[in-house]
Design a protein around this ligand. Structure first.
Ligand code: ADP
Ligand code: MG
Length: 700
């Protein structure tokens, strides 16, 4: 049960003034954490400002620089009103000791302008100055106040990341209302820790974050931000510690198979295991043999062969008569896992099944009955499917293929319900150590560090989009030689019709220029359409696949040797690396073409350089973490750490270690969270959306 004191914070944002159903949707897209539900007041409060406007900046008209937000003390001059029904803007001249400026208004409300900017009177006006042809102007000033009421203008104003259709004014108003709803919550941090750090309490920290009085207040190292970051990290570490503790109380099963089935699987492989594959299998075998539950992370770059490790170790569990399950993040991937495991399972007598959202009711029922009867040894499906009511006869091991998504908390909690189930989480690196700890807590880790033998490194070049024709010509000759090509366009968002048009456009251009059928896959297609397009490309009926980033998640076409990534400057390093990993999976040399649209920003340039220089996922991960702190597009700070809203692995790594120790200590002294502090900590878990872990407590 959620503590009632939190109720105001869990009201939907649509209960705030100025937020109707339409705006609520926009706000939810921006700050929400649940895809199918309106964002809550708490979600909104964790939407941190990216920068500040300092309205104390009063340089005078002539000394205001282009793009600056300034406050001017002016005398209002003449109004130049366009004829009625004209589309021309309404201009109001004004001046101070240093010079003159025009205030510019589109779709003017004349009587309001006459009242707000009365000719001949002094006004305090604040907004953004832009210079055109050596003349300064200010389009739609933010404030125009009589000198006597100038104090009502905030000196410092938070600037939030916004989304199309949502105005800063609307967001500010909602934020203010949200802050008014913020209750004083019982303290969940311990006294000595608070004293040592000098941190404010939670509510004060949030208030200052949104109503800062200095630029430094919203920086990652301010006590206000650190307090909130620590709260978020503590919630995460505590949730992970709870899951672990719970798993321990459930106990594990010591499995002692002969290893025959595993040997058969390995023997049926058309290749030799790499050293690190063998080692990972060994480590997992040892976990399985122990009477505690396994909770292990298998980290390995794309193409490092994690699936094989998963199947070999699942075989150990299956040999003892238990069942295994593999959860994939998407349906395409689930099918792919199924397809790659099928021949091995057939050869070794493992009864394998696939469950997808497309199964008919009848098929579904049959599978379900087979699972319950124990007639299926291993089932593959998407994460979503396993959240339904699937029942097993004797589930022994779950493999969660996370690729590089980080929604692992809930799923761990989920698998925590099943007595004795061993859990292996697979993730395509690269995740640096600090992030492993933040996202997965104290898990045991196996790493696949060496690539399967015979793999050639991928040659990477970056080329300006101006040279598109040249690249298409080269692709044409590569196809003549029998090569296969991925062509990646940036993501198609549900709402972004423009991107969709761009993919469709590129597809047309390529079909025309190459004079052949080209496959197309994007997020708006049905899964049947996607499957058909993928199958054409895989089988070689087509040689080129144009795709949005849907192919990022683990698609395996070993004979594809070229990947072109269009608008590479828009992708993050980790994503570029994931995408590049689509090629170089076979024994032929592969290449990656990063097509960028110049001029490149500093960070984007650095990213492309790193991509050219190295294929090492771990190195790229470290560089990525460094670059992301840069706040590259002015005014928009990228939130650096996936799954976290305030905490940032770059700045708060030390806080995380403290939070981990704190969480351990809490569970040692108050394992059921039922002291006064424990109660407060439950609130903390709810606030940061880690409450799934609470259900694992004995007392509920
Ligand atoms: P990951 O899931 O880590 O991205 P996969 O398990 O999908 O990688 O393996 C990628 C490809 O490499 C598959 O086609 C797989 O059959 C192959 N593969 C896996 N291990 C080896 C190995 N030791 N030697 C050669 N090929 C391998
Ligand atoms: Mg894989």
């Amino acid at each position: 049960m959620r503590p009632p004191i939190l109720d105001p914070l869990f009201a939907p944002v649509s209960t705030l003034p100025g937020i109707g159903p339409k705006i609520a949707k926009l706000v939810s897209g921006l700050v929400g954490t649940q895809p199918d539900r309106d964002a809550t007041v708490a979600d909104l409060l964790f939407h941190a400002p990216a920068s500040l406007i300092d309205r104390r900046h009063r340089p005078g008209i002539a000394y205001s620089e282009n793009g600056d937000i300034v406050t001017l003390d002016v005398t209002i001059g003449r109004h130049a009103a366009p004829p009625r029904h004209s589309k021309a803007p309404y201009k109001i001249n004004a001046y101070d000791d240093t010079g003159a400026i025009d205030f510019v208004f589109f779709h003017p409300r004349r009587d309001w302008l006459e009242k707000t900017y009365p000719e001949g009177q002094r006004r305090i006006v604040s907004g953004k100055v832009e210079w055109f042809n050596d003349r300064p102007q200010m389009v739609h000033p933010d404030y125009s106040l009589e000198p006597g009421e100038a104090a009502s203008m905030p000196q410092i104003e938070a600037v939030y990341p916004l989304t199309a259709g949502l105005s800063s004014k609307t967001l500010h108003k909602a934020m203010q209302a949200a802050l008014d709803k913020l209750p004083r919550l019982p303290e969940w941090l311990n006294g000595p820790h608070l004293q040592k750090t000098g941190w404010p309490d939670f509510a004060d920290a949030l208030r200052t974050l949104h109503v800062p009085s200095e630029r430094s207040d919203i920086e990652p190292t301010s006590p206000f931000v650190e307090r909130l970051a620590y709260d978020e990290l503590l919630a995460s570490q505590l949730a992970l510690a709870l899951v672990r503790a719970h798993m321990r109380t459930l106990g594990g099963i010591a499995r002692s198979p002969s290893g025959k089935l595993q040997a058969a699987v390995v023997g049926a492989l058309p290749f030799q295991l790499t050293g690190s594959q063998s080692q990972a299998i060994q480590e997992i075998n040892e976990d399985l043999a122990k009477p505690v539950r396994m909770l292990r992370l298998l980290q390995g770059d794309v193409g490092s062969g994690k699936t094989v490790v998963a199947l070999a170790t699942l075989a150990q569990v299956i040999e003892t008569g238990a069942q295994g399950a593999l959860m994939a993040p998407t349906e395409i991937l689930a099918r792919q896992h199924f397809a790659s495991m099928q021949p091995l399972c057939e050869a070794t007598g493992i009864r394998l099944a696939l469950i997808t959202g497309k199964d008919s009711q009848k098929e579904r029922r049959i599978r379900q009955e087979q699972l319950e009867a124990g007639d299926i040894d291993l089932v593959v499906g998407t994460h979503a499917l396993f959240q339904g009511s699937i029942a097993f006869k004797n589930l022994g091991m779950v493999v969660v293929d996370e690729q590089h998504r980080f929604g692992v908390h809930q799923r761990l909690a989920l698998s925590g319900k099943n007595q004795g189930v061993d859990v292996l989480v697979m993730t395509a690196t690269p995740i640096p150590r600090t992030l492993v700890l933040t996202c997965f807590g104290d898990m045991d880790v196996s790493r696949l560090t060496d690539k399967p033998a015979g793999r050639k490194p991928i040659k990477t070049v970056s080329v300006s989009l101006d040279r598109l024709d040249e690249i298409i010509a080269r692709i044409g000759s590569a196809i003549q030689e029998g090569q296969k090509v991925y062509w990646v366009c940036p993501l198609v968002e549900e709402s972004e019709k423009i991107d969709l048009a761009a993919v469709a456009d590129r597809h047309r251009v390529l079909e025309h220029a190459l004079n052949q059928t080209v496959s197309l896959v994007h997020g708006r297609m049905s899964s049947d359409e996607k499957d058909a397009a993928m199958a054409d490309f895989k089988s070689g009926r087509t040689n080129v696949l144009v795709a949005t980033t849907v192919i990022e998640v683990g698609v395996d076409v070993p004979d594809a040797t070229i990947i072109v990534i269009e608008h590479a400057e828009r992708f993050g390093l980790a994503q570029l690396h994931q995408l590049r990993g689509r090629v170089g999976r076979g024994d032929k040399p592969s290449s990656c073409v990063l097509l960028y649209k110049g001029p490149l920003g500093e960070t984007a340039g650095a990213r492309l350089n790193i991509m050219r220089e190295t294929n090492d996922g771990f190195l790229i991960a470290e560089e990525d973490l460094k670059l992301r702190g840069g706040g590259e597009i002015l005014g928009t700070r990228q939130s650096g750490t996936p799954g976290f809203r305030i905490a940032n692995a770059e700045f708060h790594a030390d806080l995380m270690e403290t939070a981990r120790d704190d969480a351990r200590l809490i569970l040692e002294t108050d394992p059921d969270l039922d002291t006064a502090r424990g109660e407060a900590l439950r609130s903390l878990l709810y606030l940061f959306g880690r409450d799934a872990a609470i259900r694992l407590l004995r007392a509920g």
